[in-house]
Design a protein around this ligand. Structure first.
Ligand code: ZN
Length: 184
């Protein structure tokens, strides 16, 4: 497995629509493994393919003991509302309150190519919604009000020069800054 460079805000791939995966290949399984390793090294609880410069519809989540590899995930049920302070591995050191559904059910394909469903509330639910947004070119800052988004962008202005080439390199075993559990 390998820790991959993480694309940060400004990298065009973060704004691209992903494409459906139509077959689970060994190469895609290796990508999923690398994404899990990258997410852990960066102390995140979720990571989507565009964040490592890829356009496959694939994300990984790990909240407490629950870990999932999700190919072609889609939200099939949602209810209620919850406000959660989110961050993003692609926008380090920037946080903001986002209103999400309080409970979601997501249908996806697993590593074995079988369809499955996962129900998420609280952090898992927020994380699933955040990662699925990534797969459609959407970032958590897009959910913020005009003023909060402007504040977030000002915070990012002070951070972005730390990432030459719009890439964030996280060393294995040397987690970077941002060890809070809201890193999605
Ligand atoms: Zn994110």
């Amino acid at each position: 497995m390998a820790v991959l460079p993480i694309h940060v805000l400004g990298s065009p791939v973060l704004r691209e629509e992903t494409r459906l995966v139509d077959g689970i290949t060994p190469e895609l399984l290796r990508l999923a493994d690398d994404m899990i390793e990258t997410m852990r090294a960066a102390q995140g609880v979720g990571l989507a393919a565009p964040q490592v410069g890829r356009t496959e519809r694939l994300c990984v989540v790990e909240v407490e003991d629950e870990r999932h590899v999700l190919f072609n995930p889609e939200i099939i049920e949602r209810e209620g509302e919850i406000k959660w302070e989110e961050g993003c591995l692609s926008i380090p050191e920037v946080f903001g309150d986002v209103l999400r559904s309080a409970r979601v059910v997501v249908r996806a394909t697993n590593r074995e190519g079988r369809r499955f469903e996962v129900e998420g509330r609280e952090l898992l639910g927020v994380c699933l919604q955040h990662e699925i947004d990534h797969l459609h070119g959407k970032l958590f800052i897009d959910h913020l009000s005009f003023l909060k988004k402007r504040r977030a962008m000002q915070a990012w202005d002070a951070e972005k020069d730390k990432y030459p080439g719009l890439l964030r390199v996280v060393a294995p075993g040397h987690p970077g800054e941002g060890s809070s559990p809201e890193n999605l």
